[in-house]
Unconditional design. Structure first.
Length: 218
């Protein structure tokens, strides 16, 4: 099966005028899924800014750092229409940095979900609610197979379903994307770009489950 290219699959300029904030941890090197999402959205005309998350920081440090990062992003782009949280990269980084091998995965799970909630709430308060009612939230879940990856996915799915109800009156939608073992970053990026488009307004409070896809189906 050929690799999906969002810029060829979707209409050129589809995301013109759309502002996207990509929340993800800093990378040591190389290209991560978030980079593919960023380039795919930019290729379709979106304005993209980054908000770097540091898993493992104290709650107070995380909250202050995220608020500063969101404020800085709002200086780069005119508002935030779509928040994309790369929880998969965040979970992997948190696990790699866990100090206690026996509690590594559990600590990573807690740090991941806490950071996801912190940036989501900050964007809601500073952009979706205060500046421009309405917005979209997309959570990228970890791929299956790793320790605690299923609880992480369950937490993200529950958060998206809860927020879709709690924040519906503000015009905010929330979706979780669950990649499968054979899902490529380009395929996730194409789905993110689609959900950031006008068609994405019809999705909220749901899990887009790609785990059943089989690489051999071509």
């Amino acid at each position: 099966m050929s690799t999906i290219d969002a810029s060829r699959l979707l209409r050129p300029g589809l995301l013109g005028g759309v502002s996207v904030l990509l929340a993800r941890p800093p990378l040591d090197g190389g290209e991560g899924p978030g980079d593919v999402v960023e380039s795919a959205c930019a290729a379709l005309g979106a304005r993209v800014a980054r908000c770097l998350l540091v898993a493992g920081a104290s709650h107070e440090q995380q909250e202050a750092a995220v608020d500063d990062a969101v404020t800085s992003a709002l200086g780069e782009i005119p508002g935030i229409d779509v928040l994309v949280v790369d929880a998969a990269a965040l979970f992997a980084r948190a696990r790699a940095g866990a100090q206690d091998p026996g509690r590594g995965a559990a600590a990573a799970l807690d740090a991941c979900l806490q950071a996801v909630w912190t940036v989501t709430r900050s964007v809601f308060n500073r952009a979706f609610l205060a500046a421009q009612p309405g917005g979209r939230i997309l959570f990228l879940a970890p791929a299956p197979g790793g320790e605690h990856s299923e609880p992480a996915l369950a937490g993200l799915e529950n958060l998206s379903r809860t927020l879709s109800i709690e924040w519906a009156r503000h015009g905010v939608t929330a979706v979780t994307i669950a990649p499968g073992p054979a899902t490529t970053p380009a395929e996730v990026a194409a789905l993110v770009a689609y959900l950031a488009s006008p068609a994405g307004a019809y999705f909220s409070g749901c899990l887009l489950d790609l785990r059943a896809s089989v690489a051999g189906n071509s």
